[in-house]
Design a protein around this ligand. Structure first.
Ligand code: ATP
Ligand code: MG
Length: 370
């Protein structure tokens, strides 16, 4: 699959933008705060309904404007698809595929799959558990419709239940217990789907991970990831109900997949606790490269890869490894300068210079002189 064209109106710092993308590698370079990441965000949002930064819809509308419009043209199996999205300050966003309005995010599933790689991903192993859950959520929400809807229903139910917990402890009224039971049943229903699917996904990823890490480090060491669910499915109900008293005091739910974690280890040693910075970075890179393989297998097509400012975070051998692993999948790269790419002999296809929300295509002859 490939993203062929992007059009933005009143989105972030863009008043109006229209760019045609190349099949292979598209590089966006320019100084800080000029609008490079905003381009990737615009595409990611259009294809998945969510910002990779978890920004709210209203925050992405250009300052001073009331609504934003995004349009992407995607080609998949030689069929062109068009996604339109309207963000509005006072209404929910609306989305249309090929001119037909859609109601649920799941209806976008399968049109475009994107693997997003940002500096947060490089630090994923040493960060807190939420960063590790984020990468699983971002991937599975694109691959699995049941996961996507379970996750959104779970989050909504959790929010409602936590609100009720706070009200219940404020009013000290036992009649709240019945209502809390109802929310707990919903949490168990959706949470169980989430746990099952995270387990399968991480097992599948684990099978690829070891090999990728060997490619990157050239060392015969075993990288693995293990799902550490907060609770297993069998004991979920019991744990949830037995924690009620504490939850009432805390005003939040202490059991469930919102507290899951993933353990990465190298030769059975926990990388988060004992790994060096370099080992942690190599492992994160291995995870990203494994995700590409896993997507290819699951969707029977190539995903689009977005590398937002990651090259400068990697040393030259890891940069080379990443660039040489890309193969022929469409890739969108943002960076502040082209040095690293020129050094790695990786100036290909299209190069765009981004300055103050203006995107200028650079000719090859121009780049060689930079
Ligand atoms: N809703 C908005 N309306 C107008 N401008 C916005 C909006 N949201 C963000 N911006 C502006 O967009 C710019 C940031 O754009 P972006 O994150 O794409 O920069 P970048 O080129 O990726 O920079 P860096 O190299 O630092 O990552 C900032 O100047 C910010 O003020
Ligand atoms: Mg950026």
């Amino acid at each position: 699959m490939k993203i062929k064209r992007l059009e933005l109106t009143s989105f972030r710092n863009y008043e109006s933008l229209r760019i045609d993308l190349e099949e292979g590698c598209n590089i966006f370079y320019g100084n800080n705060a000029q609008g490079k990441t905003n381009i990737l965000e615009g595409i990611y949002l259009s294809c998945t309904t969510k910002s990779h930064k978890k920004s709210k819809d209203q925050e992405m509308i250009r300052f001073g404007d009331d609504e934003a419009h995004l349009r992407v043209y995607i080609e998949k199996n030689e069929v062109e698809q068009k996604i339109d999205m309207h963000l509005n300050r006072s209404r929910r966003k609306s989305i249309a595929v090929n001119g037909q309005p859609i109601k649920r995010a799941a209806e976008l599933l399968g049109i475009a799959n994107i693997i997003f790689f940002s500096p947060e991903d490089i630090n994923m192993i040493k960060s807190g558990p939420s960063e590790r859950r984020r990468f699983v959520d971002m991937d599975l929400s694109q691959l699995d419709g049941v996961y996507l809807s379970s996750l959104s229903q779970y989050s909504r139910s959790l929010e409602q239940k936590n609100k009720l917990l706070r009200d219940a402890s404020y009013f000290e009224d036992p009649s709240f217990n019945g209502m809390l039971d109802v929310w707990d049943e919903k949490l168990i229903e959706y949470g169980t789907e989430i746990i099952k699917r995270r387990k399968d996904f991480l097992e599948e990823l684990n099978l690829i991970l070891k090999e990728k890490n060997r490619e990157i480090t050239g060392l015969d060491e075993e990288l693995s990831c293990d799902y550490e669910p907060d609770t297993d499915i069998e004991r979920y109900r019991e744990k949830l109900f037995s924690g009620r008293k504490t939850d009432l005091k805390r005003g939040s739910t202490s059991t469930g997949p919102h507290r899951d974690d993933i353990r990465f280890s190298l030769n059975n040693v926990d990388l988060r606790k004992y790994g060096s910075q370099g080992q942690q970075r190599s492992a994160s890179l291995s995870v990203k490269l494994s995700e590409i393989d896993l997507f290819k297998k699951r969707i029977n097509d190539s995903p689009v890869l977005m590398l937002d400012d990651v090259l400068s975070e990697l040393d030259s051998s890891r940069q080379r490894c990443l660039l040489s692993s890309i193969g022929n999948i469409q890739t969108l790269i943002t960076c502040t300068g082209l040095d690293e790419l020129i050094k790695n002999d990786f100036i290909k296809d299209k190069v765009f210079f981004v300055e103050n929300a203006t995107v200028i295509k650079k000719e090859r002859s121009c780049i060689n002189k930079l």
